[in-house]
Design a protein around this ligand. Structure first.
Ligand SMILES: NC(=O)c1ccc[n+]([C@@H]2O[C@H](COP(=O)([O-])OP(=O)(O)OC[C@H]3O[C@@H](n4cnc5c(N)ncnc54)[C@H](OP(=O)(O)O)[C@@H]3O)[C@@H](O)[C@H]2O)c1
Length: 234
């Protein structure tokens, strides 16, 4: 029997990209899954997945969401949250820099509201990104936010034990987060990954496998797992 059979998971950002791949894999493995996003709609196969809507920046909405769906075994935070500033720091609009932290506030809102609704052996996963520990030119804001996400999880793990929290850090992944299509999409993803040890964009399912690993392995907490095609070493 799958270790996810009869488990209940809430996936924030679970209607697209990495979160949707997690929702599908958990549902296929026998878990009850609620995928949540602002629009609350899934394009394509949504077999076995319930959908709800909430903005992770809306704390009251989150409290109501967890009241509706708790108690939970798993909480996955994979919502993008908002726009990130790009470019060199000294040229950066500081309001845009601060705005980049919407992703962190979304995660911390969700963890604050959601962890009390987790069962005693429950687990949380946050999604950071390879720029956290391999900052390339123009990525300072994204890198800083990613570092904050990873540091938050390490600092929180002792406070919530025996509940667990881990981070999965993707490299460049082929998801709707990149809004271009056709040849332009191919070129964008290939330019961003050409120097990686595995020179291609990852698939959301490959990241989802990392997320299911840290959800299901009861000996893993307070750490970050990289699923990035070797981006950190290139
Ligand atoms: N793709 C990559 O290359 C990559 C690399 C490193 C890290 N990541 C991280 O991985 C996570 C998932 O990214 P993805 O590529 O899967 O993105 P995606 O395909 O664009 O999916 C983002 C999901 O988040 C939801 N969302 C966005 N803002 C929200 C909000 N304020 N409240 C609730 N839901 C919200 C979206 O639905 P609605 O629009 O309906 O709300 C959607 O379901 C993000 O944290 C991203 O930073 C991605």
């Amino acid at each position: 029997m799958s270790r996810f059979q009869n488990k209940k998971a809430l996936v924030l950002g679970g209607t697209s990209g990495i979160g949707l791949a997690v929702s599908r894999k958990l549902a296929d493995a026998g878990a009850e899954v609620i995928a949540v996003s602002r629009r609350g709609a899934i394009e394509g196969d949504a077999a076995g997945i319930q959908v709800d809507s909430c903005d992770v920046l809306d704390r009251k909405g989150l409290a109501e969401l967890f009241d509706r769906h708790g108690p939970l075994d798993y909480l996955v935070c994979a919502a993008t949250g908002g726009a990130r500033a790009r470019g060199p720091f000294l040229d950066m609009d500081l309001d845009a820099f601060q705005g980049s932290f919407a992703k962190l506030w979304g995660y911390t809102n969700a963890v604050h509201a959601g962890v009390p609704h987790l069962k005693a052996d429950g687990a949380v996963v946050l999604v950071s990104g390879s720029p956290a520990r391999r900052c390339r030119p123009g990525m300072l804001a994204i890198s800083t936010v990613g570092n904050a996400v990873e540091g938050f999880a390490r600092a929180l793990a002792p406070e919530i034990a025996p509940k667990r929290i881990n981070v999965v850090s993707p490299g460049i992944i082929d998801t709707p987060m990149f809004p271009v299509s056709g040849k332009e999409r191919e070129e964008t993803l290939s330019n961003m990954t050409g120097s990686h040890l595995i020179p291609r964009a990852g698939q959301p399912e490959e990241v989802a496998e990392g997320i299911l690993f840290v959800l299901g392995n009861e000996f893993v907490t307070g750490t970050t797992v990289d699923v990035d095609g070797g981006a950190l070493l290139s």
